[in-house]
Structures are given as C-alpha cells and as structure tokens.
Design a binder for this molecule. Structure first.
Ligand SMILES: C[S@@+](CC[C@H](N)C(=O)[O-])C[C@H]1O[C@@H](n2cnc3c(N)ncnc32)[C@H](O)[C@@H]1O
Length: 288
C-alpha cells in the first residue's frame, strides 16, 4: 500500500468518523521519525521512512481509533504533558492540556522558601503528571503522591523513574495513607485534580472518555463534588499556616467550591482561575 494513498483515505475517514485529522498526524509522528514538515510538504523521502511494517502497524492502530473510539494516547501508550514524556494506559486518566496550568498557578503563588523547601502532596496522582512536575519545579521539596488505584500507581512510579524525579507514592483513600506519616500541619501545599464529573454525566461523555478512561478518575458522585468536599474538610489538618491548596474542577463548580471554602472558615485568599478556554477550572486558597 502506498503511504500517501493510505493517508488521504484515512484523512477523509477521520472527518467521516468525526475524529480530528490532527490525531492522524499525531499518531504518524509518534510512531515514525518524521516531522510535521515532512507531512505538510508531502516530502518525497516519507515513503523511504515508512516501511511496509510500520504502515501496517499504523493502519491497525488507526482503525482501532476510528472503530473502537480508543484514544490515540492509549494506542501508543504515551503522551507529552508540559515537558514530560509520560506513559499512559487505560488504568490512568490521560493527563489533559488544561491541567498543565495547575503547575503555573502553583509556581505563581508559591515563591517563598516555605513552599520551595516544603512538603507537597498530589492527591489522586493517576499517571503522576502533577506530582512529577511539582518535584521538577520544587527541586528542594519533598513530594508525596496518593492514589487509590494500584494500577495507576504502577504507571506513576514508572513515569517518575523515567523522568528522574523522587516521589513517595502511597496507596489509599485521599488522606488516609498520610495518617501514619506524621504529616499533620506539615504540608506546604496540597494539589489535586480529583474526579469531579457528576455520576450521571460520566455515562454520557464522548465515547473515548466514557468507554475507555477509568470511571474512578472521573466520577465525583451525584453533584461531582464528593472528593472536593473531603479535600476541603481535611486539608486544614495537614497544611501549615498559609499552606497552599488547589483543585481542578469543571465548569459551573467554581463558585460552589468558593462558598464551601468560605463556609469552612479555615481558608483565606480564595481565588478562581480560568483555563485556556476561559472556563473557571481551578480554585486555590491558603490555610489561615
Ligand atoms: C481526574 S484523575 C487525575 C489524574 C492525574 N492527577 C491528572 O491530573 O491527570 C483522578 C485520580 O484520582 C484517583 N482517585 C479517585 N478516587 C480516589 C480516592 N478516594 N483516593 C485517592 N485517589 C482517588 C483516581 O484513581 C485518579 O487517578
């Protein structure tokens, strides 16, 4: 099969299946040593670089993408997030571009030494994306990461190793694994992208998400806020005075979370931050 014939056919097939043509390009670039210009300029040396075996493999993966709606990141088992190369599998949520901003917000708000040299926790670490990025940014800090999925923790450990970051991983339910570590009133910061989608909505997301991503990573209970309520209630026991608290959430939840933080009475400096699309995506605060 000729590469360009295959490419043109599948370019059209992507549009018919309502799949972004950039995903086709992404898959080709991930699996070959071509660059974007090769594709855009229809470079002649492509046919030498794409062997028949590679083309067969590309076709096999791409048909799974179109027919079974499997996300391309699960098909290749990898994703780039900030400057990290991360392994992913269906045991972990594919880290999203909008979540990248959580690190920038932390960096902007936590310039003092107490944060840079402090102890940080990423709750619900999944692939380890946030914890690894925190460890990279706060090179002097101690970073812990918690998840209740053993399979996710296995991936997160691999990713920390691959990206040469030291993180202490713990298995269990939110703060529970921290209880025996003598960390009460010792944390400089708590960061979390918890499950926040209302249970009924989880069943009606894009098929790529509903059918392939772990519901444990998505389902936040009836109103989506079960995990966030728990993080608000317990975090003050673990944070130092002025310790930083931040969560990611979905459109429509930020004002509710602001009220929950206010009503708790132990937080100050409550801020809402938007993502790249202008959605109120993060709420952060400091412990009083
Ligand atoms: C939305 S995903 C976030 C993954 C990753 N931090 C990211 O941003 O890509 C939420 C994570 O929380 C974990 N999780 C769900 N319930 C939990 C619980 N009760 N205790 C600890 N982790 C939990 C899930 O396994 C999942 O990895």
């Amino acid at each position: 099969m000729d590469f360009w014939e295959w490419y043109d056919r599948n370019f059209l097939a992507a549009q018919e299946h309502n799949v972004s043509i950039y995903e086709l390009e992404w898959l080709i670039l991930r699996l070959s040593d071509l660059d974007k210009l090769d594709l855009r300029l229809r470079s002649q040396n492509i046919t030498q670089k794409i062997t028949p075996e590679l083309l067969t493999n590309l076709d096999c993966l791409w048909q799974k993408r179109l027919r079974n709606r499997i996300p391309v990141q699960y098909l290749t088992g990898s994703v780039t997030w900030r400057d990290l190369e991360l392994q992913v599998s269906p045991a972990v949520l594919i880290p999203r571009p909008e979540t990248e901003l959580i690190i920038d917000i932390v960096a902007e708000n936590c310039q003092d030494e107490i944060y840079k040299n402090g102890i940080w926790v990423d709750l619900g670490t999944g692939s380890g994306a946030i914890a690894i990025s925190l460890a990279q940014y706060f090179a002097q800090a101690q970073v812990h990461a918690v998840d209740c999925s053993e399979a996710a923790l296995e991936i997160a450990k691999l990713n920390a190793h691959k990206n040469q970051q030291q993180i202490q991983f713990h298995h269990g339910n939110w703060f529970e694994p921290l209880a025996n570590l003598n960390l009460e009133t010792k944390l400089a910061g708590i960061v979390s992208n918890p499950p926040y989608i209302p249970s009924l909505e989880v069943l009606n997301l894009q098929p790529e998400v509903t059918h392939h991503e772990p519901h444990l990573a998505l389902d936040g209970g009836d109103d989506g806020l079960d995990a966030i309520r728990e993080l608000i209630a317990i975090a003050p026991d673990y944070l130092i005075s002025s310790g930083f608290w931040i969560v990611e959430l979905m459109s429509g939840q930020a004002e509710i979370v602001r009220s929950l933080l206010k009503d708790n009475g132990k937080y100050t400096n409550i801020q809402i931050h938007q993502d790249y699309s202008g959605i109120e995506r993060f709420v952060c605060a400091n412990k009083k």
